[in-house]
Design a protein around this ligand. Structure first.
Ligand code: DQQ
Length: 538
């Protein structure tokens, strides 16, 4: 299959061809960041899964190596599924991953580098004492996967394995002294009724009043914990902030957010099977997520590739302690090329203002809007409080005239707006306070047929006393990753324009509300192309 360039991303992580899904085992080792990922070497659909392997000095430019882990032994002969890396004392990386064994059971295996003096960690060994965790009698062997990075408490290593019992989602806890003999804890770390299979659990500490990250084993009074799971049922992820009781080995979510599928989301759009790791170089916790296609499998096969990884994001606890904040890694700014700047531009009802002079197909846009007051905010329909944000966005969209908003960006737009992906705010007046919706609405993104075009959206808890809202969007051919309010809300969309392609894509600012909006400050850059998975020489 000849790989189609149309819609291929310019600066998002992807291999030269074929299918990818979950990011696996991200880590830093001897000067290099390593990213592994679920990969089909044989085509652009899911199957034949191996751990592909890439390395980078800056998380922007990537070299690809040969697959690190692939089916060879009875304990993984039917597939090498997702997992995580842990750096053991003495700077020794170890990978835990799910093998599909010869009986099609899901088991947990380990792999270690063949040569610790090779910073590329090209060769991995899967010792014969695998698997190290078997599904016991009480565990569903076809729903038992995706081991986390291990953390250590009082000389004991701990990991989670995602699972379910009937429709209850479960994060099983295992303990080990030597990383080889693992014993299941009597109680799971956490579980929740009616959430279905928990894929790719992630469990990590965050600091209460710092943007710095922590190693998985960190403890202290100023530490909270985060539990994130990927829900197979809805294909969305949710997380809670909570307390980790190290004595009882239980996680207790705070009651500041819903512990369930309609709880907090890392991303209100297309983002799944995400995973964080601690970056010891810049003392930060970084997040990767799989951003899959929203086109048909037939189209994926035709174009010869499917799936990308998100831009890595730094993440930390919001000062209010109730949610996480995310921001694209600062390294991505090295790709910024030509810049345009706007300030104090008025947007009246119905205005479209083109942002000219950059490559709108591959851009980084950062904008702050202000408004004179909240008076004109449209009322919040009480019926909407039962609806997910995506449905509220579907009802109001970017077209329906509002009071305060909709205003924002029209990304990947054709000249005459036959196609555009609007990223916008709508502000509603509710009984006690205002509600702010950020929407990334793919419904108008393409004239093409057979596409999944959801009106992705989320509500964001924001202090409106400054009469300002900010938005940053990373636009890249068929993906728009949008960070609202300094990263308090993120929405990612995959879109496939037919007219707004290559140099025919445009970028506009718009306002469709009766209140005048001021573009206080806008910086937009053309984005360059990094080295993206060129095979390492030698
Ligand atoms: N993808 C992997 C599984 C995981 C799922 C298989 C999540 O390990 O549960 O490719 O996307």
């Amino acid at each position: 299959v000849k790989v189609q360039q149309l819609h291929r991303t310019g600066y998002h992580f992807q291999p030269p061809s074929n299918w990818i899904n979950d990011p696996n085992g991200p880590m830093y080792y001897k000067g290099l960041y390593h990213l592994f990922y679920q990969y089909n070497p044989k085509g652009a659909v899911w199957g034949n899964i191996v751990w592909a392997h890439s390395v980078s000095k800056d998380l922007v430019n990537w070299e690809s190596l040969k697959p690190a882990i692939y089916p060879t032994k009875p304990f993984d002969i039917k597939g090498c599924w997702s997992g995580s890396a842990t750096i053991l004392p003495g700077n020794k990386p170890i990978i835990l991953y799910t093998g599909i064994d010869s009986k099609k059971r899901q088991v947990q295996n380990y792999a270690i580098p063949a040569n610790l003096s090779d910073p590329y960690l090209k060769k991995w060994v899967k010792p014969d004492d695998n698997p190290i965790v078997d599904p016991d009698k009480g565990v569903n062997a076809s729903a038992f996967r995706d081991p986390t990075t291990a953390w250590r408490v009082d000389g004991h290593w701990k990991i989670l394995v995602g699972s379910r019992r009937k429709s209850r989602g479960i994060a099983y806890l295992y303990r080990s002294k030597d990383f080889k003999k693992w014993v299941k804890a009597k109680h799971p770390l956490h579980s929740k009724a009616n959430t279905g299979m928990w894929e790719c659990p992630d469990f990590f500490p965050v600091l209460i009043s710092s943007q710095n990250g922590l190693d998985a084993s960190a403890i202290g009074k100023d530490v909270k914990h985060v539990l994130k799971v990927s829900l197979d049922l809805t294909r969305y992820e949710y997380y809670t902030i909570g307390t980790y009781d190290r004595k009882k080995d239980r996680y207790i979510p705070d009651n500041t957010s819903i512990d369930g599928w309609d709880g907090l989301r890392l991303d209100y759009g297309n983002f799944y099977a995400s995973k964080t790791f601690y970056d010891p170089v810049k003392h930060r916790r970084l997040l990767w997520g799989w951003v899959n296609e929203s086109d048909s499998a037939v189209a994926d096969t035709t174009k010869g590739w499917a799936g990308i990884q998100s831009i890595p994001r730094k993440l930390w606890l919001d000062p209010n302690g109730k949610q996480l904040v995310q921001w694209p890694i600062e390294e991505i700014e090295t790709l910024r090329r030509k810049k345009v700047h706007l300030c104090n531009q008025k947007l009246n009802l119905g205005d479209h203002l083109e942002v000219k002079g950059i490559t709108a197909i591959q851009a980084d846009v950062d904008v702050t809007f202000s408004f004179p007051s909240l008076k004109k905010a449209e009322p919040f329909d009480p019926n909407w409080s039962k609806l997910p944000a995506i449905d509220v966005c579907a009802q109001r969209g970017s077209h329906k005239q509002g009071g305060l908003g909709p205003f924002g960006l029209l990304t990947l737009a054709s000249r005459n707006l036959e196609e555009f992906t609007p990223i916008f705010f709508r502000i509603f007046k509710d009984i006690e306070k205002h509600k702010v919706l950020l929407c990334s609405d793919a419904r108008s993104s393409s004239l093409g047929a057979g596409l999944y075009k959801p009106s992705f959206a989320g509500f964001v808890d924001v202090d409106l006393s400054t009469n300002k809202l900010s938005l940053r969007s990373l636009i890249d051919h068929s993906v728009v990753e949008s960070f609202g309010v300094g990263g308090k809300i993120v929405v990612t969309s995959r879109v496939y324009p037919t007219l707004a392609v290559f140099n025919k894509a445009h970028l506009f600012l718009f306002n469709n509300g009766t209140e005048t909006i001021i573009v206080e400050n806008l910086n937009a850059w053309s984005m360059g192309r990094p080295v993206m998975n060129i095979p390492l020489k030698g």
